[in-house]
Design a protein around this ligand. Structure first.
Ligand SMILES: NC(=O)c1ccc[n+]([C@@H]2O[C@H](COP(=O)([O-])OP(=O)(O)OC[C@H]3O[C@@H](n4cnc5c(N)ncnc54)[C@H](O)[C@@H]3O)[C@@H](O)[C@H]2O)c1
Length: 319
């Protein structure tokens, strides 16, 4: 919090809007108390559900900021998980062509992923993140104490991304994670979170607009998104993290079929993932749909399927 106060004083910020997840605000009502008296503070609270990641929330935010006379030196704080970070980023990027943005992520997924890198977005016609901008927050404040109240299901969502980071770029992290027996806020180490963030930030420095090397962050997501879509259409939705965990299993196997990773490594990865996530049960017709949906992936070019393949644990290649 002292870093946030320094930042506010350094930039002489007078107005702050905290776009917050209403559940997080209920859990931590006094979290931003220190800001009172330092600046004029307003709260815009929302239920963090995918249905709220739409233009209506953005229009509500634009009207609010306009009525409260926010200017380009005013600050928007996105305080919540990825849903809030995506909305807050878009609101800050578009109001008066850009006001100051700070993210304070409260889910594991947002701490290691959604709060960083400047991608924001809303959904349109049930398609995820099709409208959005690239707009970096000036600061991301990580406070892992928020994980104490995060439900286990949400912790597992973020953990799938941590597994991904280890597999695509950090064999030491992978080896350390092997010792995990159970997942809770105490067993997820702060160093792991820091390493995942540093890895993502290095890729962003090289490829901010996601045209090249940043795309390795999509490992597990080509099949993962297809799984999410398939089960949403069957009206038995699965969580994003679960779909990514299963996507990692399938894309690991595809990497083996492309003669990159060894069968021993495939077994090691699947054994670890299935320690925490239930295996997916698919019919033959499901598999046909999944293959079909993979062709709608944003990484594809000219109708050819592109996916990130594991060369070995800790190293990827594009296929
Ligand atoms: N922009 C990016 O780079 C990026 C990357 C990954 C995901 N995303 C987006 O992130 C969204 C998913 O975000 P998410 O997984 O963080 O979930 P979320 O923000 O939807 O939150 C999940 C649930 O956890 C609750 N919650 C949040 N913090 C809590 C806390 N500390 N204690 C108790 N409950 C808490 C929320 O109220 C909600 O019920 C998706 O819309 C996805 O598209 C964006």
């Amino acid at each position: 919090m002292s870093r946030l106060l320094d930042y506010i004083q350094e930039h002489q910020i007078q107005k702050i809007a905290i776009l917050c997840d209403e559940r997080v605000w209920q859990h931590y009502p006094d979290y931003f108390q220190l800001l009172n008296g330092v600046a004029e503070v307003h709260y815009i609270s929302l239920e963090a559900i995918e249905a709220n990641k739409d233009i209506k929330s953005i229009v509500f935010g634009w009207n609010f900021l306009l009525e409260q006379k926010f200017d380009r030196n005013s600050l928007l704080i996105g305080w919540g998980g990825g849903t809030i970070c995506d909305l807050g980023g878009m609101l800050a990027a578009t109001f008066k062509r850009g006001i100051r943005l700070v993210n304070v992520p409260t889910t594991l997924l947002a701490m290691i992923d959604a709060a960083h890198g400047g991608k924001n977005g809303i959904d349109l016609q049930h398609q995820k993140n099709v409208i959005g901008t690239f707009y970096l927050p000036e600061k991301v404040i990580i406070d892992t104490n928020f994980l104490k109240t995060l439900p286990k299901k949400e912790l597992l969502n973020g953990f799938a991304e941590l597994i991904k980071y280890a597999l695509i770029g950090n064999i030491t992290l992978w080896e350390e994670m092997q010792k995990l027996i159970q997942i809770n806020h105490k067993t997820i180490k702060n160093e792991w979170i820091d390493e995942a963030i540093q890895f993502k930030m290095k890729l962003i420095e090289k490829d901010f607009y996601d045209n090249g090397v940043r795309q390795i962050l999509n490992f597990g997501h080509t099949v993962g998104h297809a799984i999410e879509r398939l089960f949403a259409e069957k009206k038995r939705p699965v969580s994003h993290g679960y779909a990514v965990a299963m996507g990692i299993c399938y894309e690991t196997y595809l990497s083996y079929k492309q003669e990159y990773i060894t069968l021993d490594e495939v077994e090691e990865i699947l054994r670890f993932i299935l320690r925490f996530y239930k295996p997916l049960s698919l019919t033959n017709s499901d598999i046909t749909y999944l293959a079909h949906y993979c062709f709608d992936d944003k990484k594809n070019k000219n109708g050819r399927l592109n996916f990130v393949s594991l060369e070995k644990i800790g190293k990827t290649t594009f296929v």
